[in-house]
Design a protein around this ligand. Sequence first.
Ligand code: SAM
Ligand code: SF4
Length: 489
Amino acid sequence: MDNIIQDIDILDKNSQEVTDTVLTSKEENTGKKKKLYIESYGCQMNFADSEIVSSIMKDNGYDTTSKFEQADVIFLNTCSIREKAELTVRKRLTDFNKIKKRKPELTIGVLGCMAERLKDKLLEEEKLVDLVVGPDAYRDLPTLVGSAEEGLKAINTLLSREETYADISPVRLNSNGVNAFISIMRGCDNMCSFCVVPFTRGRERSRDPHSIVREAQDLFDQGYREVTLLGQNVDSYKWSPEENNKAWLEKKEKQGETEVVINFANLIEMVAKVSPDLRVRFSTSHPKDITNEVLHTIKKYENICNYIHLPAQSGNSRVLELMNRTYTREWYINRVDAIREILGSECGISSDMIAGFCSETEEEHQDTLSLMDYVKFDFSYMFFYSERPGTLAAKKYEDDIPLAVKKRRLQEIIDKQRKYSFERNKLDLNKVHKVLVEGTSKRSEEHLSGRSTANKVVIFPKKNFKKGDYVNVFVDDCTTATLLGNSVD
Ligand code: SAM
Ligand code: SF4
């Protein structure tokens, strides 16, 4: 069992931060003439976008490949959230230099947040790049690739107020056939002062709920058993037949010009009704917007998972105000209390934390640690503050916490989180958990890996179970990252 435990620890022990995932396209041969290789960085929204990009390219004559050496077109779908994310992409681009020299007809495109942030500067700075395309311009990709093939540099970084790609059926790229992501909204209208997203992804808009339910139903019919609904701030999902742009919709609502409004609680209920055997997850919830109506809807449906990713960022009200998060420590605690009251203590709660934001004092950092003591998060994504050009914080505040202090504070946050992840996992011992099997364990072919409703990874002996099965597992051991047990069915 010890070997398995090491294998599935998700925190990179050599790193100060949670491991960054990079996803690459898989091999698909449907007889198309050309090959697309796509590599995706950053958040799940980006991974979902790459599936939309692949679908658009598939309709225009491209199969995907897992080997960039065999590609006619290489796309990097990029992230700008922290400086490190951009440096990783820049370094990766140098790997393609050699192949581009050998194969000058190869088209290399940078998509996503970095494309949006840097625009034509990226074409000037990275000579091998042919295309720069922002997140709202993917429908234009075939035309832009056409221009690049004629030797022209091509760019489209226009942001849209309505685009949701609702009609596009994503090509599932890294799928295990059990879990899939569904984008339910795009952009963000919050202006957290540290964050580049409102600048790279534009205004908030919600996708037609009927197209979301259709996608969930299609996935279920294909054998998928879990969907994760994605948005930067899912609780602010709002759609009416007349309007999908949040700001415009709220104006219409005030003027009494729209009657049918679907909110996030309505949406998760609609998706949950696709089938009781389809698990529904969502991310990310915003503490200022999560409502009791949403919590009661989670409670009402067994297949809506008991797990909420509710990023706190800091445990100190002054820092939260500087971050423009629009809630206080007390408000955050009130929301956690509501989750515990309505959904019980077993509901999984995770967070994002930023260490060393501008002017954060030692006492204020201690407030973050004491918030962690109060909530006992099951899991956290933890970062030190990285100033991003153009954000409100970059304009208004000095990035004055020395790197060594940021790193030390982050380490304290990580250490505390490890303690509580372990403590929370121990509460799951000697209980039966309903696990959705996602595949075999990385270390042992004889064991299966799946997740409980609270999003905990559970490992157990395979027997005759397979991917996509629901299995009742009695958990009798755990690590900081994993529950271990045996099936009782
Ligand atoms: N929309 C989500 C929310 O509000 O919680 C989060 C989106 S962001 C893609 C993911 C996380 O990256 C944030 O929650 C924050 O903790 C972290 N992050 C964003 N900007 C950052 C920055 N400038 N420095 C360090 N971490 C940052
Ligand atoms: Fe960034 Fe804040 Fe929007 Fe999240 S809610 S994407 S942190 S601006």
